[in-house]
Design a protein around this ligand. Structure first.
Ligand code: SF4
Length: 305
């Protein structure tokens, strides 16, 4: 994504989105962050991780040193804001590929959205340095990070990352230092990270380091790219993992990539009422006020409403 041109290190992808969309925030997935809103979604070419099962591999595994990015239309930060306003969007999310590869653009876009009073959210592999996070962290409202495995071996097999500690550190630092709302996804691949021990390790880590109100999405693996030969995750495996997460003390565990699944709704853990009702696209009914259940006042850790 970077190279040397006329003696200077440059970004090839600054302002060159490969994907631009208007998505429900729940699609990212963010379930406790501005529910029921839509955001401008931006992604470019490249990634700093090489996941074998990446569903966006056509852009995330593409290089940009051969002029590929220059063929993409330029979108200035102010035009991105104009676009969001025109379509009545509530914020911006960097998604589809890893935002760290065009961090200068993330910074510049985040600044104009912040000034306009719109939200900013990062969907990230989490594999970036502390300096990189601290560069954009003060301008971010939310971070979604994947905890892809319970062991370094599992991470290495799925992502080629040998040491996942930077990812774990990023999730904690985004929340504690930058005050970001954090949600976690674990895509469960049978035979790799979906057994009870692995699930228990990840769930207890989320509980201990991010807190019991952190939404944890256990999502169905859909075969793709280098892992096309594997089967998708059986529903029973996902439901067992969700139950284990709740047993570990997590209050908001969602089964993802399963259309129509009942766990897509948010239930207040104190009074048992449904407080956020979702269809397969986004929130359709929200019974939350100042982050709390409107029925009993329980803190649900919901941001933006
Ligand atoms: S971090 Fe995300 S975008 Fe990058 S290769 Fe992995 S799944 Fe794909």
């Amino acid at each position: 994504m970077r190279g040397v041109r006329e003696g200077e290190v440059v970004s090839f992808v600054y302002g060159r989105p490969a994907s631009v969309g208007s998505d429900e925030i729940e699609k990212k997935p963010f379930f406790h962050f501005h529910p029921g809103t839509r955001a401008l979604s931006l992604g470019t070419l490249g990634c700093n991780v090489l996941c074998s099962g990446c569903q966006n591999w056509q852009i995330s595994h593409a290089g940009a040193s051969g002029g590929e990015a220059e063929r993409l239309a330029f979108l200035s930060p102010s035009r991105a804001l104009d676009m969001a306003r025109r379509f009545r969007l509530s914020g911006v999310v960097w998604t589809y590929n890893e935002p760290a590869v065009w961090l200068e653009y993330v910074y510049d876009v985040a600044q104009v959205f912040r000034r306009a009073g719109l939200y900013t959210a990062l969907v990230t592999s989490g594999f970036m340095t502390v300096d990189a996070l601290d560069f954009v962290g003060p301008l971010l409202d939310a971070v979604k990070v994947d905890l892809k495995a319970a062991s370094p071996e599992g991470w290495a097999w799925l992502t080629k990352i040998k040491d996942p500690q930077p990812v774990l550190d990023l999730a904690v630092r985004a929340r504690e230092v930058h005050g970001c709302h954090v949600e976690v996804v674990s895509n469960l691949v049978p035979g790799l990270n979906a057994d009870d021990t692995s699930v228990g390790i990840v769930a207890s880590w989320v509980r201990d380091f991010l807190g019991v109100n952190t939404p944890w999405h256990v999502t169905r693996f859909i075969p793709d790219f280098e892992l096309s030969y594997l089967a998708q995750t059986p529903l029973a495996v996902l439901e067992r993992a969700a139950a284990l997460g709740r047993k570990e003390g997590l209050r908001f565990v969602y089964v993802g990539n399963v259309p129509g699944h009942v766990s897509r709704h948010t239930t207040c853990p104190a009074c048992g009422r449904t407080v956020i009702h979702r269809d397969d696209r986004g929130a359709t009914e929200v019974r939350v006020k100042a982050g709390c259940c409107v029925f009993c006042g329980e803190d649900l850790g919901v941001v933006g409403i």
